[in-house]
Design a protein around this ligand. Sequence first.
Ligand code: M6R
Length: 614
Amino acid sequence: MCGIVGFSSKDTSAVGPLLNGLHRLEYRGYDSAGVALEGAEGIKIYKQTGKVAKLDALLKKALPGDEAQKFTIGIAHTRWATHGLPTVANAHPHVSGDGSLALVHNGIIENHAALRAGLEKRGAKFLSQTDTEVLAHLVGAFDKGDLFSATCEALRRVEGTYGVALISEKHPGEMIVARKGSPLVIGVGENETVVASDVSAIVAYTRQVIYLKDGDVARITPDGIEIRSLDFASVSREVQEVDWDIGSIEKGGYEHFMLKEIFEQPDALQNTIRGRLDSRDGTAILSGLNLTPRELAAVRRIVVIGCGTSLHAGMVGKYLFENLADIPASPEQAAEFRYSNPIVGPDDLVIALSQSGETADTLAAVRESIRKGALVASLCNVVGSTIARETGRGVYLHAGPEISVASTKAFTAQVMALCMIALKLGRTRRLSREDGIQLAAEIERIPELIKAVLAQSKTIEQIAEKYAKANDMFFIGRGILYPTALEGALKIKEIAYVHAEGYQAAELKHGPIALLREETPVVALLADVPGKEKTLGNVQECRARRAPVIGIVTEGDAAAAAAVDDTIFIPRTLPSLSPIVTVVALQLFAYHVARLRGCEIDQPRNLAKSVTVE
Ligand code: M6R
């Protein structure tokens, strides 16, 4: 949510790297964008509403020819609006009272009103409605000749979250960056230092990075990097190597990142599974969980927390833990859980699901669970992310970078990881070795089964053409497929702007059926899971109201195919793994509908990839 880039070098222009970085981070927000550039004549600021391409065009005009070469240090920002409309005035960078200091910020300053009132009493005049501008004024007010300590001084007074980067005309050659609750990474290149909200904006320059921790403040100059704590004590942070390269974050010939990520799922899941199955004993090897068999056997209840797509994966987890491991499990929306004064303790295993590992609601729920003494683990995709670090135990998804705002491969990787945890827990209890071996073997087959679904992209597109003009859709599923129905509905809502609802198949007749008409397609999840026959009955109820039904049907299931108007076939698998195979068809359906409706698939309106505000 909001992307920050900073660039510092002795002799390379900052303009290109800042814009490239913003393009990479645009998935974090795209309401407005801006840069502050430092050169021999001081700081120049350029801002624009809308996408980074507009800022690009503005800079090309403003800095023709070699003009851009004059600026070797700069900061940049792409915004997802929280305080104030997406206007130029509210776009970052914001400046201090005398205009000499420019600052970009990701996060929320919760006590901004009190700080603003205090500054106004001393004569400050604000130009925007943002909380960020208050911070720019505050640092400026504390600057009595040392920008590093002035920043620490100001940040000690801030309540809330921030990733910040700032430069000042009074301190040429210096950039100060800091984080608390919003990620910030420093890329340590040969001839340049690149700062960004995540490594995707850095890997084009270097794979050597420092992940700042909460409370870290760093001073970057072309000669080096110095890190301190807020109380100005020296801090040392290790330089780590990023284990993927620029190719992983390019479209690679696909029209959209979402399509690329849907098609990457066989490889992504192969990576999630690799080295984690013990097919001889029918169990999983998940050393990152760091739990002894005794500790695993002592788990009395599992709470799975997450938001959005991660919550839906968590809901699948409930069925997996209860069916495979006989452990009661409850999925909880992270923010609701956090504020419900949750009853959790040492017998409970709380599993936090988050692709980004930075979602504020999930992070807050993690902290609440740790405070209450529960065992807390995480399933994150982004290595070194805050949730992964704070839980200290878990299973990395290894699905590779997910750029599209709509989450796809993270969902299937999360369900896969949950399935392996359930397998492991099940084998400490009543799941037999034979059943464990059967499940492990089927898990190994999943990448191939996904390929079979992907091969039907054309057919799915043809079905999407029939229904692309619908304004409302329903997705129905039963048991373990109910969360997949929710996920199918979420995908089509967020990228195709079609109003869609996911329901338990049995629930439709208790009210929502009143909405069904010829113009209201129903997508029925009919893979072979317990209760499928009953869902077929619900399909008849829909068709009796003239609603056309698209069935996601197991290959060879002629009866189910005959019961629906359009069929997408998926390969047969075990019920525990059916959400994975089913959801791939739904992802492709949503993608094709969105494309036919001319939607901006990778950057849907009002959304951002990583939601770092509560
Ligand atoms: O990074 P996280 O998995 O914690 O993100 C949670 C949700 O914000 C995310 O899944 C969101 O719902 C996506 N837009 C879904 O496509």
